[in-house]
Design a protein around this ligand. Sequence first.
Ligand code: ZN
Length: 473
Amino acid sequence: MRIIPLFALLAAAALHAQPAAPRTPAQQTAREVLKELIGINTDHDSGSTTVAAQAVARRLLAAGIPAADVQIVGPAGSKNHNVIARIHGTGGAGGAPARKPILLLAHLDVVTARAADWTIPPYTLTEKDGFLYGRGTSDVKQGAAILLAAFIQMKRDGIAPDRDVILALTAGEESGGDYVGVEWLLKNRRDLIDAEWCWNVDGGDPQLQRGKRIARVIQASEKVYATYQLEATAAGGHSSLPTRDNPVYRLARALGRLDAYDFPVHLSEVTRGALSAAARNEPADVAADLTNIIGPTPDAAAARRLSARSPFYNAQLRTTCVATMLEGGHAENALPQRARATVNCRILPEEAAGDFVLNTLTTVVADPQVKVTVAYGAVPSPASPLRPEILRPLEAVTATFWTGVPLVPQMETGATDGAYLRNGGIPTYGIATVFMDVDDIRAHGRDERIIAKEFDTGADYAFALLKAFAPKK
Ligand SMILES: [Zn+2]
């Protein structure tokens, strides 16, 4: 057997290895920041976004942003503060006045990771097999790192934008109930984040499927969350002497009517765009239904078929309300005195104001002895208009990176901090920059990861987008 010297093997390996392209400055910074941010635990249980905010502030100061333009703010006593920074705009060409600022937004906090359930340590950035692993790699420290890198690069390159650019890396997005982030800033430090519009990277992920780039999503609206309670009561009594007036049956009949009911189809420019894009990837009969439903004479049968085909289509077409919890009765040998259901609704932004949903539920329940009340009220959040000022540069920059990838507007059926900003009068667009594999979404889950080379390209793409949204004088 011939012994091959080790150095010969190494030389052969080197020949076959892909020569690694040198990283651009934006990529280099984004990588360094991501490593640092993943290494700082910012979960709600034992973490602190203040520690991450301080790390971000050090980098901003080192890049030459004046201390007066870097603020760490949040409620007194909280370990979860926000970092806000600003690059001042100089106005447009030919002495045109500066436009209103744009706000770049990502959250620093993450959902708690149970290390025991992971195959690698969650709070350490690990690169393996072409992926970047760690809690927050997908939601949304990759976006925070990329926005910070673009912001720093704008400063380092001496680019004087035509408008102020504000960077806000925030707390309290994932925690639920601990409103120390965007909601707090709007109430207490609106001056720091007030902008013409917000570019939020926590939404609108560009999508890959089976290696193919299928969509450059722009999230322009969100459904509005609200919860209602249905309650029936009666005098009760001994279970050996049943009466017709049983709250369990009464509530069950009301829920049956709710189950059979569909809210009316109501489309917006955002959902029309989303359904029209979806038609491209569907078989002919489904595409025909999609085309019909967004057309001038929508057909109820087409809407029924689409709703039956996919919960996603159903949720795009209408407000939805669904029973999620039930309770009733108090003893196995007593007639129930009370029965109660929790109904969670995801309301189209155009239907969230006023009592439309409450009134509709009351009508559908159709029983004055089943009381319908609001358990958690809607915070209305209007859709953000799809303005050419945003779409044109987005389309142009996207085309220079990936030809033929369609721009697809989206109404999110979940919720992000964008809802508070829209509600506060700052139109918000979810435009994440790292392509995500739609069949490998691990946000909030175990072994969270993203594709390493998509992260690197996403950093360059974000810097190009920033220069397009806030061009130099
Ligand atoms: Zn998020």
